[in-house]
Design a protein around this ligand. Structure first.
Ligand SMILES: NC(=O)c1ccc[n+]([C@@H]2O[C@H](COP(=O)([O-])OP(=O)(O)OC[C@H]3O[C@@H](n4cnc5c(N)ncnc54)[C@H](OP(=O)(O)O)[C@@H]3O)[C@@H](O)[C@H]2O)c1
Length: 271
């Protein structure tokens, strides 16, 4: 049993969306919460201490962890939530753009984890919750790079959980489906657009917007993160919300060809 009592939590990307609501939910559950944003924000917001951090910058991550330790002396929970999306044809992004996305969604997570692990190992206790996505197990067209980042996080988290268990540290994944946040507004656009993809990219953009409008509230995801953070014996993966649970089930049990056909049909792509 590795029961995590409310303690000190860091939530990256707590300035908006899922991170903001998660920080609040953890605080309500008794955690002392440090949230991060790249921008300088009001130091105390709703009882949450906001600190500046860019997860793509080693020095910024080290400074954040030093600041939390100086103020709170320990770190019991890290929620790696900061992330961004990119909608476009796979070949419409330069290698530099792909690397920049991985730098936030994958290497940002690795930087944060490497920075908190010495403290968690010393404590003999800790929990890490990584925000994946249904795109971490269902790659969607026009999301090849984003989906790759979330697949990377899935594999990384599973390996890491095996390695860290002897130290009393567990790693869990939370997999949301469409969630009503600024995620869509913040989607990066490809940096080398090709007009052959214009029509398909535009229809995918509309499909995503429509799905987002009907998506889960960030509160649904926050309550799942809270469960992943506090379950005495954490599961490896937590699908967040009804849609994520349904597609996770279907992905495992529906034959691959039927799943493929159904996905293409839903997105209006030729079978
Ligand atoms: N919304 C969805 O439909 C959905 C579905 C599945 C998974 N997710 C995942 O959920 C997580 C949160 O997304 P969201 O929907 O809440 O999006 P959001 O509202 O756009 O929030 C993204 C957060 O990430 C932070 N961030 C971005 N780049 C950063 C960087 N380089 N360093 C530090 N922080 C950075 C932003 O903070 P600042 O701009 O203040 O720095 C912001 O707080 C992401 O990992 C996303 O992939 C979202």
């Amino acid at each position: 049993m590795n029961k995590i009592n409310p303690g000190v939590a860091i939530v990256t990307g707590a300035s908006s969306g899922i991170g903001h609501v998660t920080a609040k939910a953890l605080q309500n559950a008794g955690f002392r919460v440090f949230g991060t944003s790249r921008r300088a924000v009001s130091k105390k917001s709703d009882g949450i201490t906001m600190l500046t951090c860019d997860v793509t910058d080693d020095a910024s991550v080290a400074k954040l962890v030093d600041e939390v330790l100086a103020q709170a002396g320990r770190i019991d929970l890290l929620v790696n939530n900061a992330g961004m999306g990119l909608l476009g044809g796979a070949e419409e992004s330069s290698t530099a753009q792909a690397q920049a996305l991985f730098d936030v969604n994958v290497f940002g997570v690795i930087r944060m984890i490497n920075a908190v692990l010495p403290t968690m190992r010393r404590q003999g206790n800790g929990r890490i919750v990584n925000l994946s996505s249904v795109q971490g197990f269902i790659p969607a067209p026009f999301f090849a790079l984003y989906s790759s980042t979330k697949h990377a996080i899935e594999g990384y988290s599973e390996s890491l959980d095996h390695e860290l268990r002897p130290f009393g540290i567990r790693v869990a994944l939370v997999e949301p489906a469409y969630t009503r946040t600024s995620f869509e507004d913040n989607l990066a656009r490809p940096d080398q657009l090709l007009d052959i993809y214009d029509a398909a990219r535009a229809s995918m953009t509309i499909a995503v917007r429509t799905a987002m409008e009907k998506g889960d509230t960030p509160e649904v995801v926050a309550s799942t993160v809270l469960a992943a953070a506090t379950d005495p014996t954490p599961k490896r993966r937590y699908a967040a919300g009804k849609m994520a649970r349904q597609v996770s089930f279907l992905r495992r049990f529906v034959p691959a060809s039927a799943f493929d056909n159904s996905l293409r049909k839903q997105l209006g792509l030729p079978i």
